[in-house]
Each structure stands twice: as C-alpha cells, then as structure tokens.
Ligand binder design. Structure first.
Ligand code: ZN
Ligand code: ZN
Length: 369
C-alpha cells in the first residue's frame, strides 16, 4: 500500500534530489515563499535547515503554536523556537549537524549583513551560494496550485464586474482601486495580491504607475492591473477601458495589443523557449513600427509570488513545461497620450495554453458616461 503523503513531503523529496544533483549535503532555506512551499508554514519569520535525513524549522515565539499546526507530521520536522537570538541558535544547530558539510544557502534571499553575521558564527560549515533551486521546482504547479490560482483569478474577475458599473467621471483612481480591493476581499480573497494599479488618461503611458488622485474624465483611457490572493496564490490581470466612446487611435492601439497577446498565447506551450513567446508578441509590434513602445517583457510566472519564474523575456532560453502558470501581458505606451495593456493568466500544457479565467477582451470596452 502506498501511504498518502502531504504535498510538502513530496516537495521535500524533490528538493532533496535537486540538492543531491548539485553535490550538496543540505540547504538552508531563508526565502519565506520557499519555506511555505516546502513546509506549509506561513509565518513572517522562519528558516529551514534541510539535510538528507533531517528537517529543522526555526521560528520565533509568535509562531510557536502555528508552526506545529501548519507543518504536516509526515515531514518528521523538528521545531526550534528560541526566545531570543534566533540566528545564533540557527548557527549553533548548523555547526552541530553540518560541520564540514556542503550546505547551500539562498544567496539571492539573504541580506549581506545577516549573512556576514551568520557566516561568522557558523564558519565551519562549507556554505555554498545557490540560486533558483526551490524556485525552479515551484515554477511547475500541481493541480491544487493551478486550482488556487484559478480561484484567485475568478475572485478578481467577479470583483471587477462589480466595480465597472460604478465608474463615473470625477471618480479618483484611488477610490476605484479601493472599491476593487474591498470587493475582492468580499468575494473571498485573503487580500489583494499586490497594490492594485488604477491609472487613467495620459498616466496610462506609465506601465507601472502608482494609483493616483486623478479624477476620471470623459474620453480617458482607464487601465486596471489587479489580482487577488487566495490560499497564498496570486492572480494578476489587466484590462484597459475607455470612458465613453473610443476614438480611432484608441481602437487601433487596442487592436495591436490584442493581436500581440493572441500571438503570444498561441506561441505558449510546453517545449518552447520562454523567449519565443516574447518574440511572438514583440514581432507583431515590430511589424507595425511600434516595438519601441513595448517597454517591458511579455509575462512572468505566477504562484506564491506575483512575479516568479519563468520570465517570458526577450531571448530567455529556459524551456517552458506543462504545469507552469504565466501571465501574458503585452502593452503599448505613448508618452503624453496613454497606454494600453491586456494581461491574462494561462496554464502551459503540451498543446494550446489554457486561460484560467474568461474576461472580455475582444474589443476595447467603452464604459458608459
Ligand atoms: Zn499585472
Ligand atoms: Zn503581471
């Protein structure tokens, strides 16, 4: 009989293989999303010292109970909850278990000052910087993770549907963002996945403008980039609208972005290089002489973090795999005029990529005045 294992136990088995592949004896995990992925623990302070046959989780007194509740028993984890000087305890334990051993540490996720102090205290361990070890496992989602991202997207879509009817001239961008955040939470979100971006008029030319105090006016472009967090997983969607009837240029730019998004979505499938998806979108803009107005990459992975691997960037060579969830979000930005972006969340499969949620995008939507 095969005993059922927790998701965390399956992931730990995978990460141990990856550790062995890199000729390491263990790994110190400091990045909280990685810690959550591997153990289920969601506290804001935690470290995982992982060896081939041991799992030691460190946190502080605030999470003493939570950590034992969240970490599944089949990890066989030991918990260390020092009242003070957590890093020194961690260093002592590392020395005790791993003196002379090659242990990876997440060099992109530890501050220089923390590392310097920790390393001084645990200098008899052969620390090896590693990057992307847990992240590369996280990039391929299991069914439950895909379902969580889909749920996060459905919540966001429902909330958007509720706020669009209340958009009117004079409303400030920040008010609209607050309404959307509020309704995402009422629809079941833990919180917005990131600071909701609502920008209007010429400010839509700034791809990641912060939501401002501008009042909406007739004829404005209105760009909303938003997502919900559900069970730790994020969605990330963008739609661009116009207040009142769109003019010819607005329609033309929207059509160009839509065409680029369609091309990128068609290119998105298991086995292709991430850069090929970016090239599919960028190539459409090049044909129209608008490539210089597409100032960011085509998309990014989505999961426990809003931005994670794989990046759909220019010339990125990583091969896409079935089970990855990515955004596809081309946009065109014209300083002084405005910008249009369309962003969707898709699951990579062996065949055509699957949109996780249906949200009107076939034409530039006019919001009634
Ligand atoms: Zn976005
Ligand atoms: Zn995005």
């Amino acid at each position: 009989m095969i005993s059922p294992r927790s998701a965390a136990a399956r992931r730990l088995a995978m990460v141990r293989e990856a550790i062995a592949d890199r000729q390491l004896d263990g790994l110190l995990v400091s990045h909280l999303p990685n810690l959550r992925y591997l153990t289920g623990f969601t506290g804001s302070n935690g470290w995982l010292l992982l060896g081939i046959d041991r799992v030691v989780i460190f946190t502080d007194g605030r999470y003493e109970q939570q950590v034992t509740e969240q970490v599944p028993a089949d990890l066989g984890a030991q918990f260390v909850v020092p009242r003070e000087r957590l890093l020194s305890e961690l260093a002592d334990r590392a020395l005790q278990e791993f003196t002379g051993a090659k242990i990876g540490f997440e060099s992109q996720h530890i501050s220089h000052s923390t590392w310097a102090k920790f390393h001084d205290e645990a200098d008899a361990v052969d620390w090896q910087p590693v990057t992307g070890l847990v992240e590369s496992l996280r990039a391929v989602k299991d069914d439950a993770e895909v379902a969580a991202i889909q749920q996060a997207a459905q919540i966001a879509v429902r909330a958007l549907g509720e706020v669009l009817p209340i958009v009117e001239p004079g409303m400030r961008d920040a008010e609209l963002a607050a309404e959307l955040d509020h309704r995402m939470v009422l629809a079941g979100a833990e919180r917005p996945a990131f600071d909701t971006i609502v920008v209007s008029g010429p400010r839509t030319a700034l791809p990641h403008a912060s939501t401002g105090s501008r009042g909406l006016a007739s004829g404005d472009l209105l760009l909303i980039d938003f997502g919900a967090c559900w069970n730790g997983y994020s969605s990330d969607l963008t739609r661009t609208f116009v207040l009142g009837d769109p003019d010819d240029r607005q329609r033309e730019v929207y059509a160009a972005v839509l065409e680029a998004q369609d091309a990128a979505c068609r290119a998105l499938r298991a086995g292709v290089e991430a850069g090929a998806v970016d090239a599919a979108a960028r190539g459409r803009f090049e044909k129209r002489g608008m490539a210089d107005n597409f100032v960011h990459s085509t998309g990014h992975g989505l999961g426990l973090e809003v931005h994670e691997g794989p990046g759909l960037r220019r010339e990125a060579e990583d091969r896409l795999e079935a089970g990855m969830v990515v955004t596809v979000e081309p946009g065109l930005y014209f300083p002084g005029w405005g910008g249009i972006r369309i962003e969707d969340d898709l699951l990579v499969t062996e065949g055509e990529a699957r949109r996780l949620v249906d949200l009107e995008r076939d034409r530039l939507q006019a919001l009634p005045l």
